[in-house]
Design a protein around this ligand. Structure first.
Ligand SMILES: [Cu+2]
Length: 69
């Protein structure tokens, strides 16, 4: 499964890594690519129980701002 979410507040590679690390801790997440320039996070995962809200929550816990659609 693949999903893309919008995240505000990232300004550099360090921010991207914080977001990537937080999302990678969710069960079944295989790959995370965050871009502060595009304000996007792409997630590849293999767990049908994960929802967008789980990703939003993981981002919020890092202090960044998910743009919920
Ligand atoms: Cu940063």
């Amino acid at each position: 499964m693949k999903i893309q979410i919008q995240v505000d507040g990232m300004t550099c590679r360090h921010c991207e890594m914080s977001v990537e690390k937080a999302i990678k801790e969710l069960p079944g997440v295989e790959e995370v690519h965050a871009s502060h320039i595009e304000k996007k996070v792409e997630i590849i995962y293999n767990n049908p129980q994960l929802t967008k809200d789980d990703f939003y929550q993981a981002v919020e816990e890092t202090g960044y701002i998910p743009i919920k659609d």
